[in-house]
Design a protein around this ligand. Sequence first.
Ligand code: ZN
Length: 48
Amino acid sequence: MLEFGLDMAKCRRCGCEELCKDGVAKGKQRYKCKQCKGTNRENDKRPK
Ligand SMILES: [Zn+2]
């Protein structure tokens, strides 16, 4: 069961949908991908 209240439900790196919440940084929800272990941030559109 995934719980996403936001429109971001996919990893920006590998595209998988298995993200888990990884706390909040600067008022924005962070997510951690279970596959690539990448960290995704809400509204983070800048490429690395
Ligand atoms: Zn990923």
